[in-house]
Design a protein around this ligand. Structure first.
Ligand code: 3PG
Length: 207
């Protein structure tokens, strides 16, 4: 895997996962794989996140593990050291962009406006996360900017559901969507990994 464009082709849906207990990470990854989803974005939002990435990287080789919610240069390095195979940022500052590029990993930088997307394109980055997708204009926004910016491709994330995902995936500028609906908090709390597999199957079928 060498660039962000390839990340857009891994799966119609990239599950955005928040774990409070690192021990849940490998079972969640296996449950997603069993449902046909072979990528996982583990967000750096909890103290357990880095250990969770390490566990998935070492115990579940069949899934491509990435780190999400990378907001600082330090986190970019920590996630890389933990074994992340790609990085996702919700937005982009110059320092963060330099740090994520410096890791050598493929990454999806976040953009939520036309100017943010254009700034990334100026750096040669044509694959990005569109975040937060629904509050930023959703499908209508992406349709509108495909005219002036047809070369850019997106992973819209934020407020997307299994119901709204198909309207995003139908756009030529969308490679995949991201969402947390595959790993609901209550399913994680109950360690209901079968439910996660069922949600993953439904999401994988959107491809
Ligand atoms: C993210 O970080 O990408 C989003 O919080 C995921 O958004 P969702 O919870 O609305 O799917």
């Amino acid at each position: 895997m060498s660039n962000g464009q390839e990340l857009l082709e891994l799966s119609p849906v990239v599950p955005v996962v928040v774990v409070d207990d690192a021990a849940d990470a490998a079972p969640v990854a296996r449950a997603l794989l069993a449902g046909g989803i072979r990528v996982i974005e583990l967000t750096l939002r909890t103290p357990a996140a880095l250990e969770a990435i390490e566990q998935v990287a070492s115990a579940v080789p069949g899934i491509v593990i990435g780190a999400g919610t990378v907001t600082t240069p330090e986190q970019a390095k920590q996630a890389t050291d933990a074994g992340a195979k790609f990085l996702v940022t919700p937005g982009c500052t110059d320092r963060l962009l330099e740090a994520v590029s410096g890791t050598g990993l493929p990454f999806l930088p976040g953009a939520g406006t036309v100017s943010e997307a254009m700034r990334l394109a100026e750096q040669g980055l044509t694959a990005m996360k569109f975040f937060p997708a629904e509050p930023s204009g959703g499908v209508a926004f992406l349709k509108a900017i495909a005219g002036p910016l047809p070369r850019l491709r997106f992973c819209p994330t934020g407020g997307i559901t299994v119901g709204s995902a198909p309207s995003y995936l139908a756009l030529p500028t969308v490679g995949c969507v991201g969402g947390s609906w595959l790993t609901p908090k209550d399913a994680l709390a109950a360690k209901d990994f079968d439910r996660i597999t069922a949600l993953a199957k439904e999401a994988a079928a959107l491809g």
